[in-house]
Design a protein around this ligand. Structure first.
Ligand SMILES: [Zn+2]
Ligand SMILES: [Zn+2]
Length: 404
């Protein structure tokens, strides 16, 4: 049975269904890469301003924004997330146009519930977070203090299945460049030092390493340079890698193994190697996600009550990596995935086609209402917020990212 607040949220989001779908469709038709999301930034901020939010454009990052609705003084501050960057060549194959739509819809729903209850104090803060596909937009915002006054943070991600707490792995990427010595490969091969051999040794050793690592660790690599002509001993060869593990602690171990392999490949062939991680001063690019139990329970309850077209839950398993993981170490957060009507997974061409279909927008409205309803619970139940914060602290201790 719906409460009055959830009823108001449901109606507020449905009233805006057409304009939300149009908003999302515009972003879908105009895919932009990491940190170049000018069109999405302008379209979203204009939409939110029109809908009565106080908008700060270019918030700490050129293509980020913050949209706020505040009522009364004090009360909790509910963080919501819009993502809107796309992928090279295949556009919105991660469905971030739907994440933009979900953030805007949830903010509108929660705001409507607040306005219908003038005695309730609280804040809705919707962040526009660019560059999820590799740029770590949320990390820039965290470092600039954007989440300091946020009590909880909610976002959802479209996918092939409904998972409440998909495992989001801690990850880092980087590259190794091997330098040898060019020589005529027929006239004087003994004068050369073969950088391609070094990179092949490294790739093979990474592949065999997979046999002796935990099943939920990931080692990915592609060879990006391997010489230019068969009759020249390659003097330069390179590979790019991507390492992922359930926690930063494990990632540090895996990074050590990778470094040893790169050194060994260089030593075996007489090459020099330059090993570079994208972010040198951190263990990971993206941290693992810790989902808050109480927020998830409330989300699941509300989502079911709003009647999703497909409510089949898939047991949580490791899925991908996200900079929402970094946010989840700052404030209690959730990042459930939701079905949009295709069996295809994210980053595929089938998925991109579905992300602008009416069934995907309907599924997005349903999860948006659930997020708004969770926000409402937090705003109106201080005991719940206390419990959420306590379990968050416990999770941090378990993760050993904080010493108490
Ligand atoms: Zn993606
Ligand atoms: Zn994504």
């Amino acid at each position: 049975m719906m409460s009055r607040a959830t009823d108001i949220i449901g109606r507020a989001v449905e009233d805006k269904a057409d304009s939300l779908q149009e908003l999302s469709g515009k972003i879908w038709s105009h895919p932009e890469l990491c940190f170049q999301e000018k069109f999405a930034h302008d379209t979203l901020t204009e939409f939110l301003e029109k809908n009565g939010f106080e908008v700060e454009r270019k918030y700490k990052v050129d293509t980020a924004f913050k949209a706020v609705f505040r009522q009364g003084s004090g009360g909790a501050n509910i963080g919501l997330i819009c993502e809107y960057d796309a992928l090279p060549d295949i556009g919105h194959a991660c469905g971030h146009n739907l994440i933009a739509e979900s953030g805007a819809a949830a903010a509108i729903g929660l705001r409507a519930a607040l306005e219908a209850s003038p005695a309730t104090s609280g804040t809705v803060t919707l962040f526009g977070t660019p560059a999820e596909e590799g740029g770590g937009g949320k990390i820039h915002l965290i470092n600039a203090g954007a989440f300091a006054d946020i009590d909880v943070c909610l976002m959802v991600h479209p996918a092939a299945m409904n998972m409440l707490a998909p495992g989001c792995l801690s990850c880092i990427d980087g590259h190794a460049v091997f330098t040898g010595k060019a020589a005529h490969a027929s006239a004087a091969p003994w004068d050369g030092i073969n950088a391609l051999d070094a990179v092949i040794n490294a790739y093979t050793a990474l592949s065999t390493l997979r046999q002796q690592i935990h099943t939920d660790w990931r080692v990915m690599a592609v060879i990006t340079e391997g010489g230019v002509k068969p009759n020249i001993i390659p003097e330069r060869a390179a590979l790019e890698f991507d390492l992922r593990t359930p926690t930063d602690k494990e990632l540090a171990v895996l990074k050590g193994k990778l470094a040893a392999i790169m050194k060994a490949a260089a030593l075996a062939t007489g090459c020099e190697v330059e090993l570079k991680f994208t972010i040198e001063d951190r263990v990971s690019d993206y941290s693992n996600m810790i989902a808050n139990k109480q927020l998830l329970e409330r989300y699941h309850h509300h989502w079911l009550s709003f009647g999703p077209a497909d409510s089949t839950l898939t047991p949580d398993r490791f899925w991908a990596s996200t900079d929402m993981g970094n946010v989840s170490l700052e404030v209690p957060s959730i990042h459930p995935t939701f079905i949009i009507g295709t069996a295809a997974e994210v980053h595929t061409r089938d998925f991109v086609e579905t992300t602008n279909q009416p069934k995907a927008h309907a599924a997005t409205r349903c999860v948006s209402k659930a997020m708004a309803a969770v926000g409402w619970d937090v705003l109106t139940d201080s005991a719940l917020l206390k419990e959420i914060k306590e379990s968050f602290q416990q999770q941090l201790v378990t993760l050993q990212v904080m010493i108490v």
